[in-house]
Design a protein around this ligand. Structure first.
Ligand code: SAM
Length: 215
């Protein structure tokens, strides 16, 4: 089976049956070479219905989780997006297909460097990668139209809410260390509107406005 078929099968069996409907999101996930970001030797397992290890104790998220988080961002193509938790770089590439500019922060240097190298080799020139504590955001590039946090937080980091523009959307898994709920926050003139979506399990967001240390 060729790689395009593996991606099509991922979309048909993992995403559409679970309710992902946004055609732009589905098409982006048909295009982005997940196996390159997953980095494993087993090409087929890169498209399996699960998170996979990427080294440094971190993971590339399950395809469905990437899809639902992306769908919740309601990207039209004009947005500047901040991602916290670059990891493998896969989610950032999906965002780059659907938004104008992506700013992504990773606290582990080797992961940030590897993702930046993949972006260069795949010619994603609208993705900016930085190493550091993403709970502090990227103040020089703020405000952002969208913010996505791909690690589990005890609460929404204040600096990220501050750096979200008016009418912006922020998506984040919030909860305990081992179980979270995916939240979508909209910033409106009348205040923040919070929706609760699917239960999920992410690796911890570690930083000044996240978990304090590796548990
Ligand atoms: N989006 C990634 C992908 O597509 O592969 C998956 C991210 S992985 C589930 C979570 C990542 O968040 C890990 O790489 C971890 O090192 C990173 N992380 C945790 N705390 C962070 C922080 N304060 N700032 C930036 N990155 C952080």
């Amino acid at each position: 089976m060729d790689i395009a078929n593996l991606r099509e099968q991922m979309v048909e069996t993992q995403l559409i049956p679970r309710g992902i409907r946004n055609k732009r999101v589905l098409d982006a996930m048909r295009r982005v070479p997940r196996h390159i970001f997953a980095g494993g030797s087993n090409l087929r397992s890169s498209y399996d219905d699960m998170a996979l290890p990427i080294g440094e104790g971190q993971t590339i998220s399950q395809p469905y989780m990437v899809a639902i988080m992306t769908e919740l961002l309601e990207l039209k193509g004009t947005e500047r997006v901040l991602e916290i938790g670059t990891g493998s770089g896969y989610q950032g590439a999906v965002l780059a297909e659907l938004a104008k500019e992506v700013y992504t922060i990773e606290r582990i240097v080797v992961l940030a460097d590897r993702a930046a190298a993949e972006y260069r080799s795949l010619s994603y020139d609208n993705i900016h990668v930085r190493t550091g504590d993403g709970t502090l955001g990227w103040p020089e590039a703020a405000p952002f139209d969208r913010i996505i946090i791909t690690a589990a937080a005890p609460e929404i980091p204040g600096p990220l809410l501050d750096q979200l523009g008016m009418d912006g959307i922020l998506v984040i898994p919030v909860g305990s260390r081992f179980s979270q709920t995916l939240l979508r926050i909209r910033k409106t003139e009348k205040g923040l509107i919070e929706e609760h979506h699917t239960p999920c399990v992410f690796v911890p967001l570690i930083g000044e406005h996240g978990w304090k240390k590796d548990l």
